[in-house]
Design a protein around this ligand. Structure first.
Ligand code: ATP
Ligand code: MG
Length: 261
């Protein structure tokens, strides 16, 4: 069975897609069989791996409405061991269906689809949209754990309580196994006092939930790094586009921690 990890934060632009793509690619680089599942109508994870709309006919929307099986929409990527379930702007239509109060078990649709392919992968990484709506609820309900990227900027922790409440509510109801895998500080800039402050706040409130390569060492922080920002426009993860960049190293460290469980 695969380990399913959602990357979630309802705040926009905090590094969810960047983390999903580069964690998935780094795990694949380690020889793990990885499926990156894009469940954001913006389809940024799909684009980041070099796919544009004309490259694939079916996407996660067709799986969720039941016209395609998950196994039928999986795409091979240029990265060995990494496969992708693409998304498309048409996915916005699913919100309407999920809001239909007559729809049974609508929080569990994705979970039931993932079950069909779960044995084929070591890890399934889900990139979710910047909202706490039915799509993200489906992602969290299908997951063993969630990684929460936190952008090291002003307002970083705003809205976090709401996200944590949602996770704990899901844990008490439909997904008792759901864990917070950890918080990942992103876009950290060592020269910026604000970045340092956000990291200090995170360490203060969630010391046990930061990622560490070794006990007692500093936690894993994704630096603000131009190679990370450039790589999606080349349709590659940063680990391929700029293998030795600081951004790559940070995501590889994260993958090391995730892979050892
Ligand atoms: P959304 O909420 O819209 O889905 P997101 O949380 O997925 O956004 P990303 O798309 O990953 O956020 O990142 C937002 C922007 O910041 C992108 O342009 C991305 O390339 C850039 N970015 C992310 N992480 C870094 C980093 N460590 N260094 C530099 N730029 C970064
Ligand atoms: Mg995104």
């Amino acid at each position: 069975m695969s380990e399913v990890i959602s990357i979630a934060n309802q705040k926009g632009g905090v590094g969810k897609t960047t983390t999903a793509v580069n964690l998935a690619a780094s795990l694949a680089e380690k020889g793990k069989k990885v499926l990156l599942l894009d469940i954001d109508p913006q389809s940024n994870a799909t684009t980041s791996l070099g796919f544009s709309r004309g490259d694939y006919e079916f996407n996660i929307y067709h799986v969720l409405i039941g016209t395609k099986k998950l196994s039928e929409v999986i795409l091979k990527t240029e990265v060995k061991n990494l496969k992708l379930v693409p998304s498309n702007i048409g996915l916005v239509g699913i919100e309407k269906e999920f809001y239909n109060p007559k729809a049974k078990n609508r929080e569990l649709v994705l979970k039931s689809k993932i079950k069909e392919i779960s044995s084929k992968f070591d890890f399934i990484i889900i990139d979710s949209p910047p909202a706490l709506g039915p799509i993200t609820i489906n992602a969290l309900s299908a997951s063993d754990s969630v990684i929460i990227p936190i952008q090291c900027e002003f307002f970083a922790l705003e809205g976090l309580a709401q996200l944590l409440n949602t996770v704990s509510l899901l844990k008490k109801t439909i997904n008792p196994k759901l864990k917070i895998k950890g918080f990942l500080p992103t876009m950290y800039s060592g020269q910026n006092n604000l970045s340092k402050q956000v990291l200090a706040d995170l360490s203060h409130h969630f010391k046990d939930k930061l990622f560490h390569m070794k006990k007692g060492k500093e936690c894993i922080v994704v630096p603000r790094n131009v190679k990370i920002a450039e790589s999606p426009s080349f349709g590659k993860p940063v680990t391929t586009y700029a293998a030795k960049s600081k951004g790559s190293l940070a995501y590889r460290d994260l993958a090391t921690v995730i892979a050892r469980g």
